[in-house]
Each structure stands twice: as C-alpha cells, then as structure tokens.
Ligand binder design. Sequence first.
Ligand code: NAD
Length: 514
Amino acid sequence: MSETYMRVPATGPKRTVYTDAMEIFHRAADLIGLNPRVRLELEEPDYEHIFYVTVKLKDRLVPVTGADAAPFADLPVTQVRNPEGLEALADGKIILNGRALLGSDVAIRRGHLRLPSGGVYQLVPGEAQRFKAYRVQHNQARGPYKGGIRYHREVSLDLFKALAAEMTWKTAIAEVPFGGGKGGIQLDPRQYGREELEAITLRYMYKLKSLVGPNIDIPAPDVGTNGEIMALMLRQFSDGERERHAQRGVVTGKDVRIGGSEGRVKATGRGVVFCVEDFYAERGETLKGKTFIVQGFGNVGSHAAEILCGMGAKLLAVNDADGTIFNGDGIDASALMAHTTDSKNLKRSVAGFAGAQKIEKADFWAVPCDFVIPAALGGEITSEVAERMKTKLIAEGANGPTTPEADAILQKRGIEMIPDIIANAGGVTVSYYEWIQNKRMESWTEAEVNKKLEFAMKRNYRIIRDIARNSARKSEMHDSARFLIGKEMSTRAAAMVLALKRIEAHYLLEGFSQ
Ligand code: NAD
C-alpha cells in the first residue's frame, strides 16, 4: 500500500544563542577527540531552573506631558515635605517611598499633581507584579557551580544556558575549583526603586535557597547587579541559620566590609588588562602610548579603562547603551567614571561627558586604534562590525561579544583575539579568593590579591597562546608542554582545548557514578 500523505521534512536543529555559543565547544571537542560520554555530559546543563517571583510594587508618579498635562496647568504645586521619600528613576517616573506625601500640602485633581519642577504627574497605585527568574547549573565536575546573576530585560533560558556553559570553561581555564552556573531575572533594574529591588532580590533568593550554597552553587554579580544585591542575597540565605557566619561564601562580589575581597570590584577589568599587557610584553612592547576604545562603561569597562589609562594607554572612544563619545586627544577615564557614577546621572551613561564629543554608534567601531575592549553585552561584534574595525587586537571583557561569523572574519583579517573565557576570568578568579577568605575567616590585602591574580591570568593566557601556536614553552609562570595537541589553532579554540582537557581529566580519572 502506497503512502498518500506527505512527510514534513525533518528540520535541522534550530540555531539559538546557545547553539552559537556551543559551536566552539564542539570544534575543540573534535580537535582533541573528547571522550563521547564527556561530550554528552557537557553538551547540555545539569539543571535548568525556571521560576517566578512576585513582588508588590510601590506607588509611582508617572510623568504626563502635552495635551494630557494641559488640564492640570493651573493645579497648585504640591510641596513635598519629605523629598527623601521621592526616588527618581531613569525612565522619568518617581517612586513614592514610605509616606513621602504625608504632612505635605498636596493638591490632587483626578489623580494628578504638579511638582515644584512644574511637571505634571499621574499618581499610579503600586500593584503586585510577577517576574520570570532563572538559574542554570551547567556542570560541577570540577567543583560547586559558580556564576553571575544578571538583571536585564533581554534574558532567556538559552542565554543563561550559554553563559552557564561559559562559566564551566572559564573556571577550568582560571584553575579555580568550581563548575559553571548563571542566572537572573527578566527586568530592567533601572525601572524599579531601591526597596522594590530589595524585595525582588530577597524573593529570588528565597526561591533559590534550596538550590545554592557555599559548597553547592555560588552566585556573583553580573550585568545589572552589584555588591548591594549580593549583600541582600547573603542576608536572605543566612538569616536565622545556626551557623550563619559559615555561609558567607554563598555569594561572592560582596562589599569588603561584609566579607568581600579587596580587589574584587576591579578584578575583571584588571584581568583584561593583565592579558593585554602580556600580549604586548611578548612583543617587547608596553601599554604606554597604545590607543584603545571600550564598549560598555560599567564594572568591567570602566575599571579596565581606568587601569589602562594609569599605565599610559590612551582611551579614544566609549559606547554604552545610551550614548557614544570620542576624543582624539584621549578621554580621562577617571573623570568619565566620576561622570557615570554621579547621582544625578540616572542612566549612568557616558553621554553628556564634557571631556569628549558625541559621535554616532556606527562610527564607534571604525575608530582606528591598537586594541578594542568590548565590555557590554553579547553579540555586539557582528560580521558587519568585524569588517569595519580598524584595530589589531580585541580583548573580550564581555561574555560572547563576537558572533561566530564575525570571529571568522576577524581571523581572516588577521586581527588578534584574547577570548572572553580567559580575558574576563579575573572576576571569577578573585571570587575564588573571596570564597577561600570566607572559609578561612581571613582578609587579604589588595596587593596580595592583585599579585595572585596577575600570576593566574598570565600563566593561563600563556598556556593558551602556546596551545594555539603548538609550541611548548616554559616561563617562571607556566609550562605548556602537556597541553599541546600537535596542531595550530585560533586562541579561542586553544582556550577551549585547555578548558576541556582540565574538565575531561575529572571524568577520566574519577569515572562516572551510576
Ligand atoms: P554593567 O551592568 O556594570 O555594565 C554594562 C555596560 O554595558 C553599561 O555601561 C551599559 O550601558 C552597557 N550596555 C548595555 N547594553 C548596551 C548596548 N546595547 N550597547 C552598548 N552598551 C551597552 O555590567 P558589567 O558587570 O560591567 O558586565 C559587562 C560584561 O562583562 C557582561 O557581558 C558580563 O557578562 C561580563 N562580565 C562581567 C564580570 C563582572 O565581574 N562584572 C565578569 C566576567 C564577565
């Protein structure tokens, strides 16, 4: 009997940010002939947690303009007795904290009021809201899961899977005894007040509590989170526990006054700099007079830029989510940091900085320079950007900033690459130092931390370069002979080869539990 129906052709595997990120894994796995069962173990995460947190939001004053504001032009101005109670957000709305309006002369008409600035606002009562939250635990062959918490509008399970896998590679490359994890919440933190973010964070950790711990899974800051958020997570995790102080290591990236490590805040940026410094040192050059541009002026970008400027390099241009600036004579990174961290600069943007001129984002990538530090989000260096870059070296501060297509173009154009999994490993390296200090109840000096970090970064970066060139070397910091695989490859593939060799050893020597 013949079949009369049509078969739907089998579709190929869907391309996602995760499959893109895993391309290099598969390439390196092929190169070293990775054990097939180990490949299966690493190909997908151990656990993918998706859950929801609900929080009651506060009342807001929402700005009203144009024709909607006109009927309220004659409204008497509301004099707020406690201006501390008003919290301005980056989106123009104002949160009413506590009893902000209590004791004030309030003139409200149909839910609208006018503030001394002259602006008309609609009073919108706070309601409960639900947020989607994630934690992906990729692999723990080498130690507890470890990885950041991201608060951002554009997050997804695929993205966190990619970032968690990258942490598995990074912790192996950095030689710290951790595996890989990543997670976060789908929200733009700039749209919420301080107390709202506190409530969201506490609720997130409340739901996460059974999944994490100092010897199980250790979160850290990432995009949109910082030491304050880590402090809240620590409190929610340890409050009321019998051995509360033994649990400090449940998160890293804490403030130094509550168990954080000296040098942690700057560690990722500093690690990027150590790699760039070693890149030039091998050529007998220093950073003095070298020109560079930075995308993203948050934790990673701003500290890397400031340290580089301190070493005599010249910062020519910066692009962030809200603006792009350029100064051919060099941008003063410390002054720019003061500008972005000024409490009046609600967007924390480089836009409006007096020491540089505004340029278009499209022109940013084409600024001629010695090296580029992408330190914003993933996927920013596309094929089109890669074709237009006028640089000799890229040091990836961000995670996954270069698409696979762009990577191939950069290689063809002979632009050198310090890939993310080594370039930005400084953060997790000092997170490890923080975790040890917590376990031992010790506190190390910044000089000690930086010295250890320099050794770790340069040692592992040198091994990666040697793998890439298939040339064994020995220095006071490293010995690469046992990692070479008998052929040359890109530095990105070499970094992955180093990671896989270190991870595979655990499976091959410890075997698989049944
Ligand atoms: P951050 O939130 O402190 O700063 C992010 C910066 O990127 C901001 O300046 C923001 O304006 C900019 N940005 C956001 N979207 C952008 C866009 N579309 N175009 C241009 N700029 C944009 O974050 P961070 O901690 O500095 O992290 C930056 C990158 O480094 C991320 O990829 C993160 O995963 C990676 N990373 C961070 C650490 C760490 O210790 N913080 C460690 C390793 C890797």
